[in-house]
Design a protein around this ligand. Structure first.
Ligand SMILES: Cc1cc2nc3c(=O)[nH]c(=O)nc-3n(C[C@H](O)[C@H](O)[C@H](O)COP(=O)(O)O)c2cc1C
Length: 300
């Protein structure tokens, strides 16, 4: 009987639902699916307060780990590890990043094929590059990536996610759709199970990601890719600003997080439409180069 280990962290349960939809047909087919949820010692409460949400920014961007509750995997070795993670500020969420920095990962991932599953709003490319490199450094073999994301337009999902994160409300309102990944898209992750089963049976992961891509496992929009790169440069600067005087005056951090909590949304809402237009035009001019880059990023 094939054995899979699912490692993941999900704050609201959205990513858990994605993984459940994907793994249910595998279990029905007789695959043993072990779970290893990642649990921070100090949980991240949901919904977030404004200061906590923006307060995790410096550590998320810098990849600083937090202590995790010890979790023993039910028993390897595994034929496949599914690593499910979400994105926090263009980086893997702090709990998952903390896990990937622990030595325990090295023993688990050694010589094991790893399928990453991302549950995010819409910006995950940089985080995936980091996670993929880390899996390889731990001795694992990244074999594919599946992205479940919010299909709404960037500005629309920005409004709905803020309402969801700060007030816990995911429902549709006014002319806005429900927040997060659509229910139908979550359920549709079951479509990947037959491909996973095929490769589990043979143990040969060659061509696995290409087959996933044929079913729409991951898509990179050129304009969002350019936007993400610009945001990454800015994020480094915002982080330095928040921490600039924190050592000498610990309260300065809170003051600066408060400023950042206003600057970031204003930047996103006022500047983003302008940036979207300029990045869209840039994506047209540099179409060839961007298409090549996107092809490279999606290749396994
Ligand atoms: C602090 C924070 C920052 C986030 N930043 C991003 C981001 O940069 N890009 C993105 O696509 N989604 C981002 N999200 C959305 C998450 O990736 C995820 O979709 C959402 O938190 C729900 O995941 P869950 O399964 O953990 O509940 C962020 C969420 C949080 C809480």
């Amino acid at each position: 009987m094939a054995k899979i280990l699912v490692i993941h962290y999900s704050q609201t349960g959205q990513l858990t639902a994605v993984l459940k939809a994907m793994c249910a047909p595998l279990e029905q087919a007789g695959v043993r699916v072990d779970q290893m949820p990642i649990t921070p010692v100090t949980p991240y409460a949901f919904p977030w307060t404004r200061m906590r949400f923006f307060g995790v920014f410096p550590e998320a961007v810098n990849g600083d780990p937090v202590p995790l509750r010890a979790a023993d995997p039910p028993g390897g070795p595994y034929d496949l590890i599914i690593l499910g993670y979400t994105i926090w500020y263009l980086n893997p969420s702090i709990p998952i990043n903390s896990f990937l920095k622990q030595a325990q990962g090295a023993a688990l991932f050694q010589h094991t094929p790893v399928l990453t599953v991302i549950g995010a709003r819409n910006m995950w490319v940089h985080a995936q590059q980091k996670v993929r490199a880390r899996i390889s450094a731990l001795g694992g073999r990244p074999v594919g990536n599946i992205v479940a994301e919010d299909r709404s337009a960037n500005m629309v999902s920005l409004v709905t996610i803020i309402r969801w994160m700060f007030w816990g409300r995911k429902d549709a309102f006014l002319f806005f759709p429900p927040a997060g990944i659509r229910e139908a898209d979550i359920a549709a992750n079951a479509r990947f199970a037959p491909i996973i089963l095929d490769h589990l049976r043979t143990g040969d992961w060659q061509g696995f990601n290409e087959r996933l891509l044929e079913l729409g496992s991951a898509r990179i929009k050129p304009a969002l890719l350019i936007l993400e790169k610009r945001a990454l440069v800015l994020f480094g600067k915002y982080r330095s600003f928040i921490l600039a005087k924190a050592e000498r005056d610990p309260r300065s951090r809170d003051r600066r997080v408060a400023i950042f909590s206003i600057v970031l949304p204003i930047g996103a809402f006022i500047l983003s439409p302008i940036t979207v237009l300029s990045t869209f035009l840039l994506s047209l001019f540099k179409r060839r180069a961007i298409e090549r880059e996107v092809g490279e990023l999606l290749r396994y």
